[in-house]
Design a protein around this ligand. Structure first.
Ligand SMILES: Cc1cc2nc3c(=O)[nH]c(=O)nc-3n(C[C@H](O)[C@H](O)[C@H](O)COP(=O)(O)OP(=O)(O)OC[C@H]3O[C@@H](n4cnc5c(N)ncnc54)[C@H](O)[C@@H]3O)c2cc1C
Length: 346
C-alpha cells in the first residue's frame, strides 16, 4: 500500500528528507513550507551585511523529484486523526508518516527589551531589518558561532560601522586555545571591540545595560544568543523536552508517536553516548538521512538502523577572507588541529 509521507519545513533537514523520501518505493511525499523559497540560514549574516543571496525557488530545487510542494503555514497537527492543519486551506492534509522539521528562530524573550529594541539574524525578515537598520555603533550580543560570524561580517563588509561584541562567555569558548587566539587576532584586525564574560540584563533604544549596571551605548543591537522552536510539537501532544524540541529515539522517531519523526533544530536527537546534538545543519542533515532511512527500513518490514553520528569539525566564517575550521573529537570537544585564513574561508 502506498504511504503518504508529509514533511513539515523545507529548511536544510526537511528539504533533504523530502527529496530522499521520494526515492522510497511505495511512498508519495508532500513537503509543506511557509514560503516558496529555500532560505540559506547559514548565510543570513552575509545578507544582513549587504551581500546578496541566491534566489532558490523550492519548485526548482524539487524539480524531477516527484515531491509535491504546498506553500502554506502549518497551524496545527492532529496526532489522532493524523492530519496537518494549514492556514489557508480548509481541508487538513492527511499523513501516514510525518517528518517534523520546522527548525528554530531567535528567542527574543530571554532579556527585557530585546523584542522592542534589538534585531536578529536567525530569520530572513530579521536579517533584512538589520541590513536596513544597522548604523553607527553595532553591539552584537552573543559570542557563539552566529555572533562571531555576524560581528566579523558586519565589520568587514560595512567599514562605516563600529562593531562591538558582548558575550557572557569567553570569545570563541568552544574552540581550542589556538582557535581562540586566531579569532581574537581577526577581531583585532577588524577593529571589533570585545566585552566578554559579562551578562546583558536589558536592551534599550540606546544600547545595552549589563548585570552590574554598566551601560554600553549602541545605535543597533543584534541579538544572536538563544533559539526557540515552534510550539506546534508540544501542542500536538508529542513528547518534547523543556525547550519544546521533539524527543526522538535513536532512529529519529518520536518517542510518543511512532508515525512521527523529528529532524533538525526542531528535534532533540542524541548520539549513542547520550550526548544531545547541537542545533546545526551539520547535525540536522545527517539526521534527515537517518530518519528517511529508518522510515524506508520500516516500510520494507526491516529493523530500522539507528543514527550513527560523530562530530568532525566546527566551521566559522570570519568575514569573507578568513575563517576557522576547528577539528574536534567525536564528542565535539576541540583538538589543537585547525585550519585558518583564506583556505578555511573558502
Ligand atoms: C546566521 C546563521 C549562521 C549559521 N551558521 C551555521 C553554520 O555555519 N553551520 C551550521 O551547521 N549551522 C549554522 N547555523 C544554524 C543552522 O542554520 C540551523 O541549525 C539550520 O538552519 C536548521 O535547519 P532545519 O532544517 O532544522 O530548520 P530551518 O533551516 O530553520 O528550516 C525550517 C523551515 O521550516 C519552515 N517553517 C517553520 N515554521 C513553519 C510553519 N509553521 N509552517 C510552515 N513552515 C514553517 C521555515 O520557513 C523553514 O523553511 C547558522 C544559523 C544562523 C542563523
Amino acid at each position: 500500500m502506498t504511504k503518504h509521507i508529509v514533511v513539515l519545513g523545507a529548511g536544510y533537514s526537511g528539504l533533504l528528507a523530502a527529496k530522499l523520501a521520494a526515492g522510497h518505493a511505495g511512498a508519495t511525499v508532500t513537503l509543506v513550507n511557509a514560503r516558496d523559497r529555500f532560505v540559506e540560514r547559514v548565510r543570513l549574516h552575509q545578507f544582513a551585511a549587504g551581500q546578496e543571496l541566491g534566489d532558490r525557488r523550492l519548485t526548482d530545487l524539487l524539480d524531477g523529484t516527484g515531491v509535491s510542494l504546498v506553500v502554506d503555514e502549518v497551524t496545527g497537527i492532529d496526532a489522532d486523526a493524523k492530519t496537518v492543519r494549514l492556514a489557508n486551506r480548509p481541508e487538513p492534509v492527511p499523513y501516514d508518516t510525518l517528518v517534523y522539521a520546522l527548525g528554530s528562530q531567535a528567542d527574543l524573550d530571554t532579556v527585557p527589551g530585546v523584542r522592542e529594541h534589538a534585531v536578529a539574524v536567525a530569520g530572513l525578515e530579521q536579517a533584512a531589518t538589520l541590513r536596513e537598520r544597522a548604523h553607527g555603533t553595532v553591539a552584537v550580543v552573543g559570542g557563539g558561532l552566529t555572533g562571531i560570524e555576524a560581528a566579523t561580517e558586519l565589520a568587514e563588509t560595512c567599514p562605516d560601522l563600529k562593531v562591538r561584541l558582548v558575550t557572557g562567555g569567553v570569545l570563541g569558548g568552544a574552540f581550542s586555545e589556538r582557535g581562540r587566539k586566531h579569532v581574537r587576532r581577526v577581531f583585532e584586525r577588524l577593529n571589533i571591540d570585545v566585552r566578554d564574560e559579562v551578562r546583558v540584563a536589558e536592551v534599550r533604544a540606546d544600547g545595552v545595560v549589563l548585570a552590574d549596571g554598566e551601560h554600553l551605548s549602541a545605535d543597533t543591537v543584534v541579538w544572536t544568543t538563544g533559539f526557540r522552536v515552534s510550539p506546534l510539537a508540544r501542542a500536538a501532544g508529542f513528547d518534547v523536552d523543556e525547550h519544546g524540541r521533539m524527543v526522538v529515539d535513536d532512529t529519529l522517531r518520536s518517542v510518543s508517536h511512532p508515525d512521527v519523526y523529528g529532524v533538525g533544530d526542531a528535534a532533540a536527537a542524541h548520539m549513542s553516548n547520550g550526548q544531545e546534538l547541537r542545533m546545526a545543519c551539520a547535525t540536522g542533515i545527517p539526521c534527515a538521512v537517518y530518519a528517511v532511512r529508518a522510515i524506508g527500513d520500516r516500510m520494507a518490514g526491516k529493523q530500522a538502523r539507528p543514527l550513527k553520528f560523530r562530530y568532525f569539525n566546527q566551521c566559522v566564517s570570519l568575514g569573507r577572507r578568513d575563517g576557522l575550521i576547528q577539528f574536534v573529537r567525536a564528542d565535539d570537544s576541540p583538538t589543537e588541529k585547525l585550519l585558518t585564513g583564506r583556505m578555511a574561508a573558502l
